[in-house]
Design a protein around this ligand. Structure first.
Ligand code: BG6
Length: 459
C-alpha cells in the first residue's frame, strides 16, 4: 500500500437538507428561499427541476444510512433545515425533531458518526422577508435555532458546524444572481458577511455554555488564490482576492478577528457594516475547535485588465480579474479547473498560518453530466471519479506526512443530489439516484472502490 492514512481517519461524504431531503412542505416544514424562488421563477432551474422532491432522503433515510454502513463509511455530514425545525412563530416543529432524532439514532446504530451543519444556504422565507442576513434580528433567531439544536441533539452529536461556505450566500445572493434575493450591492454584501460571521461566533458561544463535550467548527470553501505571475500587479490582485474571499472567513473563525488589511479596504471603499464592540468581543472569544475545508478548484487571478463599464456596480471583481490559465485540466461539465495540489497548498497554509488547527476535507468531488452513458450492466463505471479522488488523496497524504493536522476526507456527495440552479444536471454521488424510477439508488463503481480504501485505511 502506498498511501496509508492515520487511525480513526474520517471517511465519508456530505450533503445538505435542501439538496437531499425533499418533502419540502410536509409535516409542518415552512418555505425557505429555494422553495419560494422556485415558486416564482421555475425557469431559472435546470430543466425546471426545483427543490420540492430532492432525492427523497426524508422518506428513504433508513435505507440510505444502511447503505453508508454497507459501504463502510464512518461519518456523514448533513444539515438541519432551519425552516423545518423552527416554525414562523419561533416554536419548535415536533415532527422535525422526530425526523432528525431518527436520522441521528439510525446513524449511530450503524456506526456512521453524524456531523451536523446548521446553515447550508437555506434561509427560511419568513426570515428573508424581514431582510435575511442583513437584519441583526435574524442573527438572534439563528443563535436561538443553534442553541435549540444543541439542546435537542447534542447529547449524541459531537461534531457541529455553524455554516457551510459562508462566502456563498454573500457572493451568490448579494454580489451575483445565483441565489435569492439576487441583489448586487457590495455594501449590503459586507453586512451579510459580517452578520454570518457574528452568528457563527454566537452559536459557538451557546455551544460552549452547554458543556456537551463535543467540538464545533465551520466549513469554509478554501479556494487558494494563485497569481498569474510574480509581477507586483498580479500579486496584489491575488492578495485582494484572497483577503475578501478566503481570509475574511478564515481569520475570523480561527484567529478571532477580521484581518486588519480587510478592515482598511472596507473603510476605504465606504463599505463598513454596522457593528458593535460587543459583537467584536464575541467574535474574539468564540473561535472554532475544528475546520472543515471544501476544496473543488483553485482561484487563478490576474491584475484588473477588463474595463469597468459605466454604471457597473462595485464588486470584489472590480479589483482583480480571473485568469483563464492556458492548458489547465478541467472538468468540462462544471467548468471548474482540477488542480489536485491545491489540497496540499491549503493544508500547508493552515499548518503554518492558522495554528495547525485540526481540519478535514469536508467536500471534494466531481459533478458529471450524462453519467448513464458510462453504464455497464446497470452500474455506472465512473473511473474518472476514482481518479479524481485518488489524485486528491495523494496530495492530502503528502500534507499529512509534512505535519498537517488532517482528520478526514468527505466526498461531495453520498448519493446524487440536487445542485441549486443546476438541479440534477451534474451528478456527484457514489450512488446513482434514478429520478425516473422512484429515486432508486444504485452504487457506482467509485462506491466499491472507496469502500476498499476505507477498509484498508489507504490505497
Ligand atoms: C459546494 C456546496 O459549494 O459545492 C454544495 O457546499 C454544492 O452545496 C457543491 O452542491 C457542488 O457545487 P454545485 O454548484 O455543482 O452544486
Amino acid at each position: 500500500m502506498n498511501y496509508k492514512f492515520p487511525k480513526d481517519f474520517w471517511w465519508g461524504s456530505a450533503s445538505s437538507a435542501t439538496q437531499m431531503e425533499g418533502a419540502y412542505n410536509i409535516d409542518g416544514k415552512e418555505q425557505n428561499i429555494w422553495d419560494y424562488w422556485y415558486e416564482i421563477e421555475p425557469e431559472k432551474f435546470h430543466n425546471n427541476i426545483g427543490p420540492y422532491n430532492t432525492s427523497n432522503f426524508y422518506y428513504k433515510y433508513k435505507d440510505d444510512i444502511k447503505l453508508m454502513k454497507d459501504f463502510s463509511h464512518n461519518s456523514f455530514r448533513f444539515s438541519i433545515s432551519w425552516s423545518r425545525l423552527i416554525n414562523e412563530d419561533q416554536s419548535v416543529n415536533d415532527d422535525a425533531v422526530k425526523f432528525y432524532n431518527d436520522v441521528i439514532n439510525t446513524m449511530i446504530e450503524h456506526n456512521v458518526e453524524p456531523f451536523i451543519n446548521l446553515f447550508h444556504f437555506d434561509m427560511p422565507m419568513y426570515l428573508q422577508n424581514i431582510g435575511g442576513w442583513e437584519n441583526r434580528e435574524v442573527v438572534t433567531c439563528y443563535q436561538n435555532f443553534a442553541k435549540k439544536c444543541f439542546e435537542l441533539f447534542g447529547d449524541r452529536v459531537k461534531k457541529w458546524f455553524t455554516h457551510n461556505e459562508p462566502i456563498v450566500p454573500v457572493e451568490c445572493g448579494y454580489l451575483g444572481h445565483y441565489h435569492y434575493p439576487c441583489v448586487v450591492d457590495f455594501k449590503r454584501a459586507v453586512q451579510v458577511g459580517y452578520h454570518i460571521m457574528l452568528s457563527s461566533s454566537l452559536a459557538i458561544m451557546e455551544y460552549k455554555k452547554l458543556n456537551q463535550g463535543g467540538e464545533i467548527g465551520i466549513i469554509i470553501n478554501l479556494t487558494p488564490s494563485y497569481p498569474r505571475s510574480n509581477s507586483d500587479e498580479d500579486l496584489k490582485a491575488s492578495n485582494i482576492a484572497d483577503l475578501i474571499l478566503n481570509r475574511s472567513f478564515l481569520d475570523t473563525s480561527i484567529l478571532g478577528e477580521f484581518p486588519g488589511e480587510l478592515i482598511e479596504f472596507v473603510k476605504e471603499q465606504n463599505l463598513m457594516p454596522e457593528f458593535t464592540v460587543e459583537d467584536l468581543d464575541a467574535i474574539k472569544n468564540n473561535t472554532v475547535d475544528l475546520l472543515g475545508v471544501n476544496y473543488y478548484q483553485p482561484r487563478r487571478v490576474k491584475t484588473k485588465e477588463s474595463k469597468i463599464e459605466e454604471g457597473e456596480p462595485l464588486t470584489p471583481e472590480s479589483f482583480f480579474d480571473f485568469y483563464d490559465m492556458p492548458g489547465k485540466k478541467i472538468n468540462p461539465h462544471r467548468g471548474w479547473e482540477i488542480y489536485e495540489k491545491g489540497i496540499y497548498d491549503l493544508a500547508i497554509n493552515i499548518r503554518d498560518n492558522y495554528k495547525n488547527i485540526p481540519f478535514f476535507i469536508s467536500e471534494n468531488g466531481m459533478g458529471v453530466e450524462g453519467e448513464e452513458k458510462f453504464k455497464i450492466d446497470g452500474k455506472i463505471e465512473d473511473d474518472y471519479r476514482i481518479e479524481f479522488i485518488s489524485e486528491h488523496l495523494k496530495w492530502a497524504h503528502k500534507a499529512l506526512e509534512e505535519g498537517c493536522n488532517l482528520k478526514g476526507y468527505h466526498l461531495w456527495t453520498f448519493m446524487d443530489n440536487w445542485s441549486w440552479l443546476n438541479a440534477y444536471k451534474n451528478r456527484y454521488g457514489f450512488i446513482e439516484v434514478d429520478l425516473n424510477n422512484n429515486f432508486k439508488r444504485t452504487p457506482k463503481k467509485s462506491a466499491y472502490w472507496f469502500k476498499e480504501v476505507i477498509e484498508n485505511n489507504g490505497f
